[in-house]
Design a protein around this ligand. Structure first.
Ligand SMILES: Cc1cc2nc3c(=O)[nH]c(=O)nc-3n(C[C@H](O)[C@H](O)[C@H](O)COP(=O)(O)O)c2cc1C
Length: 212
């Protein structure tokens, strides 16, 4: 039987997916959402209050996770609405995206509302654990999207240019590498984090940064 590992997911990593949910009027909705693989059939997601996805998952306690790499689907589901023709009914039990490499339906098993305060105000996040119900692979090759490798490649591009950079450019590169490092540590595996550490060690050896 298929499980998250057979889709190429690894325990502890965060994948960028498209969640499809049902609006209160029965129509489908799509939004990019990070999904953390907890084990072979369990996930955790964090939904920030204010989105349709937040409302829909709180109401329905069920959603679909679509694995795909199409940039246009990511863009349209973030800044607009995906057209109805992009969705297909999953045997009357929610919707998936037609062009997804794989998808699964998930059911909420535990939920928690977390309130966070910062200088911009109070934020409410809905933290959900969900179990994977039915996995469907529509393509042989499924590649769950994890940002860590892209971050490391971007950091290396900066590293490879750092010797020819002006002092101002060096500062910009280091601040970009710091941001990349934050992302890699949030979404990546031990292997990715080790690679990132190696980059920092190199920058220290070359006296580009001073580590304490
Ligand atoms: C790559 C990516 C990952 C995202 N991950 C999350 C997430 O984990 N949780 C969340 O609440 N919003 C996340 N967002 C933001 C939502 O996708 C965005 O607010 C979206 O417009 C919500 O759409 P909706 O109102 O149709 O649900 C993410 C956005 C992008 C581009």
């Amino acid at each position: 039987m298929l499980n998250l590992y057979s889709l190429g997911m690894e325990k502890g990593l965060l994948y960028e997916t498209i969640l499809t949910t049902i609006n209160s009027d029965g129509t489908p909705n799509a939004a990019p959402i990070g999904v953390i693989c907890k084990d072979s059939n369990g996930i955790v997601i964090y939904l920030h209050k204010g989105s349709k996805t937040y409302d829909n998952v709180r109401r329905e306690k069920s959603f679909h996770v679509n694995i795909l790499n199409d940039p246009m689907i990511f863009v349209e589901s973030t800044i607009g609405n995906l057209e109805n023709k992009e969705f297909k009914s999953d045997e009357g039990n929610g919707y998936f995206i037609k062009t997804a490499e794989a998808f699964f339906r998930a059911e909420v098993t535990s939920e928690k509302l977390v309130h966070r305060k910062d200088h911009l105000g109070t934020f409410t996040t809905y933290v959900i654990r969900a179990k994977v119900m039915r996995i469907v692979k529509t393509q042989e090759h499924v590649q769950p999207l994890n940002r860590a490798i892209y971050g490391i490649i971007e950091a290396l591009v900066y590293v490879s240019r750092i010797n020819i950079a002006s002092e101002d450019e060096k500062k910009t590169y280091l601040s970009q590498i710091s941001e990349i490092s934050r992302v890699v540590n949030k979404v990546g595996s031990k292997h990715h984090k080790g690679a990132m550490e190696k980059i920092w060690e190199f920058l220290e050896q070359k006296n580009i940064i001073i580590m304490d």
